[in-house]
Design a protein. Structure first.
Length: 248
């Protein structure tokens, strides 16, 4: 089951029984910082295979974006270069879901998830919209999740775009075990089972960091995700704001 928390703190189910989660990124609009890391950790925690999909590969800057993502995540997840407009990479996506596998596309509004589905599913005409000229962000065109059958027997869920992945079923230990780029160190094992790779003795991730097998910027990104996961949610804080002083 893949779930997220919306901006009001309410838990929302995106899809169930998923095999693959396609995290869609594009040269425009760009995803928020940490979006890809969070999506990968959420998918792995739910035993779903994450894949990166760089859409709009016909646009300027797409190849540089794909190469940068490949350098960061190439050893962790599969990366697809696709274009809904030209059809590039379309068959690779179909093959990834062949044999009845169920996948879902997630990503910020405007990255082209519905356009991808239109390119993948024959005679499908999902509504698509242009980017907001003022903000450069996408407009919401998908409001409910829909399920579509692909050639080759795969199934794909189109979901509403959302700006950020606010985790529901993910804790700090999940991030420690599933953060992309830490796989080899985690497999070697830390001294403590509940190691969070901060300053603990015998930490395999910190040892790899010292050897420069893990880049310092990736460890900083991981610490940022931990801080986000440890921050109180809207549900924890309540949505009515801080308590009023007595007598007010």
């Amino acid at each position: 089951m893949l779930r997220r928390r919306d901006a009001r703190g309410r838990e929302r189910t995106i899809a169930v029984n998923l095999d693959v989660l396609g995290i869609v990124i594009a040269p425009e609009p760009r995803e928020p910082p940490g979006y890809v890391d969070r999506g990968i950790v959420i998918a792995r925690t739910a035993s779903i295979e994450p894949r990166l999909i760089v859409n709009k590969c016909d646009l300027e800057g797409a190849e540089a974006l794909a190469e940068r993502l490949e350098s960061i995540y190439g050893g962790s997840v599969a990366l697809h270069r696709v274009s809904a407009r030209t059809g590039e990479g379309r068959e690779d996506l179909r093959e990834a879901l062949a044999g009845g596998r169920l996948g879902a596309l997630v990503g910020p509004s405007g990255v082209g998830k519905s356009s991808l589905l239109n390119a993948l599913v024959e005679d499908l005409e999902l509504a698509i919209g242009p980017l907001n000229r003022g903000s450069g962000q996408g407009r919401h065109t998908t409001t409910t999740a829909t399920l579509h059958l692909l050639e080759g027997g795969g199934l794909l869920v189109d979901t509403a775009g959302f700006k950020d992945f606010i985790a529901v079923d993910v804790g700090t230990l999940d991030a420690a075990r599933h953060f992309p780029g830490f796989e080899a160190a985690v497999e070697r094992g830390c001294r403590f089972r509940d190691c969070l790779h901060r300053s603990e003795p015998g930490c395999a991730v910190l040892d790899a960091l010292a050897r420069e097998d893990i880049e310092a910027r990736r460890h900083r990104a991981y610490l940022g995700l931990l801080a986000d996961l440890e921050a109180p949610t809207l549900r924890d804080r309540g949505t009515r704001g801080p308590p009023r002083p007595k007598g007010s």
